[in-house]
Design a protein around this ligand. Structure first.
Ligand SMILES: O=C(O)CCC(=O)C(=O)O
Ligand SMILES: [Fe+2]
Length: 231
């Protein structure tokens, strides 16, 4: 599926209401399979992280190197412009004073000029017993406020458990947790850090975090598309 086939009005509504939106069948099964098959192809990656060595949870992930392979590059380029419109709306509502350019190339140039040179899209692999602690993918001063994660494996067949979790924290309230049910090839688009919600007298900030519950059996792979580069 391409970004033109997406109901952007519904996606905007979902993100505005919940801080996330689900997109079904974003990646074809062949694309999911080839990304998984290339997990061992070291030429594609710049860095391999063992999560338990950093206190991130348990599991592993690899950051892609430039040039990003297809469909990673395509997803990042296609989704940036419509998401930049949401990012600009949020920036205005929260008086952040940041204007996101229309095109990914211009935003990437901005990251690079600030020393955020390294690509952040990544592939994650979880075995039985693995999990991902609640976190935010912040990599420097420049922060694009939305990101997406795509499930590459089939729940119930390739793995059990391993649910995508989002939490939302509002001022003076306890956190709310949500499970986002995904099928193979589905994506979730969500807030990286903070998003505006309508309060009584204007927009207020809520803080989001994401993670993955314990994988109970099998293997679970995901593709993460983050739009800002890393220092
Ligand atoms: O494996 C997942 O579902 C979460 C991946 C993640 O943390 C990310 O894409 O940034
Ligand atoms: Fe993440």
């Amino acid at each position: 599926m391409n970004s033109e086939d997406i109901d952007w009005r519904k996606l905007n509504e979902d993100i505005d209401r919940n801080g996330f939106a689900r997109l079904e069948n974003l990646l074809a099964p062949e694309d999911c399979a080839s990304l998984i098959n290339e997990f061992g192809n070291e030429a594609l990656y710049r860095r391999h992280i063992i999560m338990q060595q950093h206190g991130y949870g348990q599991g592993e992930y690899k950051y892609f190197t430039y040039p990003l392979p297809d469909p990673v590059a395509r997803l990042r380029e296609d989704f940036y412009p419509p998401l930049a419109q949401i990012a600009n709306d949020w920036s205005e509502r929260l008086s952040d004073g940041v204007q996101y350019p229309e095109k990914l190339a211009d935003y990437t140039a901005r990251c690079h000029a600030a020393g955020q040179l390294r690509p952040t899209p990544l592939i994650l692999k979880y075995n039985a017993g693995d999990y991902n602690r609640l976190h935010q993918d912040l990599y420097g001063e420049h922060l694009f406020p939305l990101q997406m994660t795509i499930l590459l494996s089939t729940p119930g067949a390739d793995f059990d458990g391993g649910e995508f979790i989002l939490t939302e924290q509002r001022a003076r309230q306890q956190s709310r947790a949500r499970v986002v049910p995904l099928k193979k090839g589905d994506a979730v688009v969500f807030a990286v850090n903070q998003r505006p919600i309508q309060g009584k007298t204007g927009s207020v900030r809520v803080t989001m975090r994401h993670g993955v519950s314990d994988v109970l059996a099998g293997q679970r792979y995901t593709l993460g598309i983050i739009f800002h580069d890393a220092k």
